[in-house]
Write a protein that binds this ligand. Structure first.
Ligand code: NAD
Ligand code: TYD
Length: 347
């Protein structure tokens, strides 16, 4: 039996790390990557797999049924083959959702429903919906999110992700779709768009530019290396129970300030670069994940410690200076339009 995975949002941060991991760990699987190449999607992240047999890129928008159908057509195998879906595609940045919530509703909510409907039509064997711990809202000084913690999203981003989680739940209960939901804490690692805290801080500190810290910088996040997240998603894809939610976390709570200080130490850059700026409206104070369910049921646990993975990450951004330059200037889009324009890819 052959397996094909339709990945959405595979040109983004976590999606591209997931595709790289699949090529390594499941070399026989076919991969179809459906991505709209928004500002956050970069085909360069997958340059190493572009020409690989069994990999197909489909440039399309999950909000458009015809694009989703084109991706399913590319993923179609022989009778009896297994078709899986891993759904990463989303608008993912909280700050952008504060400026304008509508793209978050159309992609994260409407796009997810378009995919769910197509997954039913194409008899998908398993659908993994990649969600976030932010759907649970914010915590006080103690405690951690469990899978039965009530949904209480506070930003337009997290509200749109919570809505998409509920649509996945409804597809399982109403239509019998075999789907699982994963809710992960903050990721760090290669290929993250430099609007997010960690790559932003590495890039700015490397150039001696100020590091903007929202409010008092004492907000707490639970940081997980992206490769660990990718492996957890694969574990849920293969071993998760239908209809279940799995929290994924690194047991690595840190304040933003402590995280930024670790990066500065790694770069031997001065703390004077830290610059306090106006806080994010509605800023969640603390996230912490109880990941005991995925550990007990599936046997997944993070392999990387913060002490090993942060230096790896800092080194990656320091060595990929051209990647960083092209992403920050927007030049990556022009380059790929030139490179792939003839194949009808990026607009
Ligand atoms: P990202 O912003 O880096 O990548 C998103 C990808 O989706 C991009 O390649 C983009 O082009 C694509 N995309 C956006 N809109 C699309 C559309 N309408 N149609 C098709 N493709 C579209 O995001 P990320 O950080 O890699 O996050 C991936 C998923 O993981 C998201 O669903 C996010 O909610 C979730 N998540 C992220 C984190 C994190 O720390 N980054 C943590 C937990 C969960
Ligand atoms: P971010 O990477 O945007 O992830 P999220 O909001 O999904 O957790 O931000 C991580 C934390 O860093 C969050 O508490 C907001 C804070 N932050 C700053 O203090 N300054 C910044 O410039 C950014 C982008 C984030």
């Amino acid at each position: 039996m052959n397996t094909t995975v339709l990945v959405t949002g595979g040109a983004g941060f976590i999606g591209s790390n997931f595709v790289h991991m699949l090529v390594e760990l499941r070399p026989d699987w076919r991969i179809v990557n459906l991505d709209a190449l928004t500002y956050a999607g970069n085909r360069e992240n997958l340059a190493a797999v572009e020409d690989r047999k069994g990999y197909r890129f489909v440039h399309g928008d999950i909000r458009k049924e015809e694009d989703v159908e084109a991706a399913f057509a590319a993923a179609k195998g022989a009778p009896g083959d297994r078709l899986l879906v891993v759904h990463f595609a989303a608008e993912s940045h909280v700050d952008r959702s504060i400026v304008s919530g509508l793209p978050f509703v159309t992609t994260n909510v409407v796009g997810t429903q378009v995919l769910l409907d197509a997954a039913r039509r194409h008899a998908v064997a398993r659908f993994v919906h990649v969600s976030t711990d932010e759907v649970y809202g914010t915590l006080g000084a103690t405690g951690a999110f469990r899978e039965d913690t009530p949904l209480s999203p506070n930003s337009p981003y997290s509200a749109s992700k919570a809505a998409s989680d509920l649509l996945v739940r409804a597809a399982v209960h109403t239509h019998g779709l075999d789907a699982c939901i994963t809710r992960c804490s903050n990721n760090y690692g290669p290929y993250q768009f430099p609007e997010k805290l960690l790559p932003l801080v590495i890039a700015n500190a490397s150039e001696g530019k100020p590091l903007p810290i929202y409010g008092d910088g004492l907000q707490v996040r639970d940081w997980l290396y992206v490769r660990d997240h990718a492996e957890a998603i694969l574990a849920v894809l293969e071993k998760g129970r239908k209809g279940e939610v799995y929290n994924i976390g690194g047991n690595n709570e840190m304040t933003n300030l402590a995280l930024v200080r670790c990066v500065l130490a790694e770069l031997a850059a001065p703390e004077s670069l830290i610059t306090y700026v106006k806080d994010r409206p509605g800023h969640d104070r603390r996230y912490a994940i109880d990941a005991s369910k995925i550990r007990a049921e599936i046997g997944w646990a993070p392999r990387f410690t913060f002490e090993t993975a942060l230096p790896l990450t800092v080194r990656w951004y320091r060595s990929e200076t051209e990647w960083l330059q092209r992403v920050r200037s927007g030049a990556y889009r022009e380059y790929y339009a030139r490179q792939y324009g003839a194949r009808g890819d990026p607009a």
